[in-house]
Structures are given as C-alpha cells and as structure tokens.
Write a new protein. Sequence first.
Length: 241
Amino acid sequence: MKLIIDSGNTFVKTAIFDNKKLIYSQTTEQLSTDFLKNLFHLYKINAAIISSVKKVPLAAINFIKKHTHFIELSASTPIPINNVYKTPETLGKDRLAGVIGAYYLFPQKTVLVIDAGTCITYDLINKKGEYYGGSISPGLKMRFNALHTFTQKLPLVSLKNINTLIGTNTNESILTGVINGYIAEIDGIIEQYKNYTAELIVVLCGGDTHFLVNRLKNSIFANPEIVLIGLNEILDYNEAL
C-alpha cells in the first residue's frame, strides 16, 4: 500500500492507496509522527510520496523515509506527462499533481483543472499529455482578508451562503461582491478556455469545491481527490522505473 501526502498552504491531506484504489483519506492541520505511526499500524505501507508547498516537520519526513521507499516531489522527479512549463522549479507541486491526476482520469482528453483553495489555480493539460501552464488568482478567504486588511473600515467577513446580487448592508455587500465576483471569474475563464480549445473537460477540486459545484453555470466534474490521484500516479511511475 502507498502513503500519499499533499501538504498545502492551509491543510495537509493524507491518503492511502491500494494500487489505484483510494481506501483512506484524512485532512489535518499538520503532519505529526504520532499520526503517521497510527497509519503505519493500520496499513501495510511500503511506498510514499509527499508534495509540500510549506515546511514539513523533519521528524515526520525521517519517519516515512525509515519505513518506505520515499519520494519527495520536486522539479527533478520523473513524471508521466510532458511538462513544458518554462520555470518548472517554481511550479506549485499541487498544480502539477492535479493535471497528472486529470490525465489519468481522462486519458487523451484536454482537461482544465480548477483548484479552488487558498489560491485558485487554472491548469490545462492537452490530449497529448502536454502541460504548458495556467493562471493563479486569490481564493475566497484571501479576498475577504484583502478587503479587511487594505481598507480602514471594512470588516472581516466569513464565508456563508448568500443568494443576492444587491447587498443591503456592508457585510452583505462584501459577501455578494466576493462570492459573485469569484463565480463570475471562474465561469468567465472557463468560457475563455472553451474558445481556446474545442473539446474541453473541466475538473474542479480544492477546499471550496462543495461551495462552488452547484453555483457554476458551466458543466464540470467535481473531484476533490484529483491531486492525491495525481501523486499516486507519480509514485507508481517512479516505482516502475
């Protein structure tokens, strides 16, 4: 069995795969050795991969290295697609894993992966398995924080459901502005990609997936685990080398 870890800006996603099958997943705020010891007690793990955009506790890394064939995803890690990104060393590992997961799920298709988390990223992989790049924009929480931080009087508003265009007080105005602006951006960018390429599959993942999935006018596939699937594919690819 394989241990898959995606350490993002806000949370750490941990998964166990049995071959291609996801059999366990958990989201935590940090990765600890106690948490890992429990997983290794429950599952016979022999290989592991970690993708991290922030520092991971060294004790946790050393524990995984001691018990598995371990890969720490980097720009030099062999991957099963053609990465044509001009600065691969600066590319977010979650972005790369996402398009690899998409190419596994939709082989020989052109796929736009939208990862709605701390930031929202748009990444396109074509039907030949070529990845050129995409775009990065502020996520929902970042937009609320920006309005509060860079103004003198606007309050910090938390995300909640609102189905109105016109806010009748300041909190409502912020909510409708951020949420409707966010949704309009995503739908607008999807339309631009549809104009760019004729046959397009759109996959949505990330922490805000469930909030967005029924609000977008475009047809999408929601798959919150696509980055984990991509990391599993990278690990399998390297195991076979």
